[in-house]
Design a protein around this ligand. Structure first.
Ligand code: PLP
Length: 408
């Protein structure tokens, strides 16, 4: 028997997953090549060739103790490699291994942080549109999600965020480049946010944390990435190699604390404890051992170049097609998403969006995710973690949809 809460949450569960399942049905009925599935952000390119060799060499080495339990925060030499990497890349100054916790992907990391810092009923701000699962993560740890709309260009609306901060606010989750918009936050935008948060911290006499979720930071096509964790002292950086090395099934990532965070050593101990009690225990050991052999090497550089070129090769024709067909969307600087206004009539955003998504699915055999899934109705997300052929037939369908809705 399902718990009442889970039964209810599953019913309202992510439209993304539902779309994925409906996509499988449609493909069975109409043939794989006739359905364009832009619903899931699941990297389908292979990890670096060298990755398989490193894993296989590790397995063959038969080093004693490799598969044992370890300190819950992860292997010291791996945490050291991550700390050195982040200092070298200029994200932090003076980060040491004590303030790096290896975790089970970004999803695991975010849950571990929330478990560590949230008291019951405390508020966590998310910026809409937001990654759907933030809702569940906050709820998992008895927090209350407070959603603030992004600015019109999908940057951070610092004034609106400031208004939403209360004596119960404990954290704000940021994601740059963003899922679903692809927008990246600028240095100025993040400086403004940090100064507003510091003022609120002094006024309210409480720590307010930035949780910077950055799994797409290597996937940038325009401009330079700046980490939202580098500005406000009380910041967590959450990273995973799910997208950058195309390893989502391996569940490997880390949490790094801004070296200027207050009480950071205590917080780091809390993270290690929560990693264990949430049942993750520790991040997968083999994957941890692979990392020092890839970070800061030519393998990493070469792969990031290849991965960026691959996705940019899909991004460019899609952007051209969307522009030429008259769709309205912010120009994404990174990740593998377009966030597009539904070309529908009427003022009822939910109803119009639903009608649009259903029509596109049933009449044009194309799967898109409705904006309401991300906390903002009237839009859709197009994820292009797909093959080039899918983009080619997708562009044709997008043009037909535009004609159908007379927006061209
Ligand atoms: C914004 C965002 N955060 C976190 C995650 C979870 O990633 P991971 O596989 O590292 O747990 C995803 C996955 O799609 C994501 O888009």
């Amino acid at each position: 028997m399902l718990s009442k809460t889970i039964a209810k949450d599953m019913k309202n569960a992510s439209a993304t997953r539902r779309m994925f399942e409906e996509g499988l049905e449609l493909k069975k009925k109409y043939g794989e090549s006739n359905v364009v599935d832009f619903s899931l952000g699941n990297p389908m390119i292979e990890p670096p060739e060298e990755f398989n060799k490193i894993v296989s060499d590790l397995a063959k080495s038969g080093r004693k103790g490799t598969h044992r339990y370890m300190p819950n925060a992860g292997h010291k030499e791996v945490r050291e490699a991550v700390a050195n990497y982040l200092n070298k890349k200029g994200y932090f100054k003076g980060l040491t291994f004590e303030n790096v916790t290896m975790c089970v992907g970004a999803a695991g990391g975010l849950n571990v942080i929330l478990k560590t810092i949230l008291n019951k009923g405390e508020e966590v701000i998310t910026v809409a549109p937001y990654f759907t699962e933030y809702m569940s993560y906050v709820k998992n740890h008895q927090g209350k999600q407070v959603s603030v709309d992004a600015a019109e260009d999908f940057s951070l609306d610092v004034k609106a965020i400031g208004k939403a901060v209360t004596s119960k606010t404990r954290a704000i989750i940021l994601n740059s480049p963003n899922n679903p918009t692809g927008v990246m936050y600028s240095k100025k935008n993040l400086e403004d946010l940090a100064s507003m948060l510091s003022e609120k911290e002094s006024k309210l006499k409480r720590d307010i944390y930035v949780m910077s979720d950055e799994p797409y930071r290597e996937m940038v096509y325009r401009g330079n990435f700046v980490s939202p964790a580098s500005f406000h002292k009380n910041s967590f950086m959450v990273y995973s190699w799910s997208k950058s090395l195309s390893l989502p099934g391996e569940r490997i990532g880390y949490i790094a604390l801004n070296p200027e965070m207050k009480h950071k050593d205590n917080i780091a101990k809390g993270l290690a404890f929560c990693n264990r009690i949430l049942g993750f225990v520790n991040a997968p050991t083999m994957m941890q051992h692979v990392l020092p052999k890839i970070l800061n090497t030519e393998v990493e550089e070469k792969y990031y170049r290849y991965m960026r070129d691959y996705y940019k090769g899909l991004h460019d024709p899609l952007e051209k097609c969307l522009k030429e067909s008259g769709y309205v969307f912010p120009s994404p600087q990174g990740a593998f998403f377009f966030w597009v206004k539904c070309p529908m009539s009427g003022n009822n955003l939910e109803k119009g969006e639903k009608e649009f998504i259903e029509t596109v699915k049933n009449k044009f055999l194309m799967l898109l995710v409705p904006g309401s899934t991300f906390g903002k109705a009237g839009w859709f997300r197009l994820a292009y973690a797909v093959n080039p052929e899918v983009v080619e037939s997708g562009c044709k369908k997008l043009r037909e949809v535009a004609k159908h809705y007379r927006i061209y």
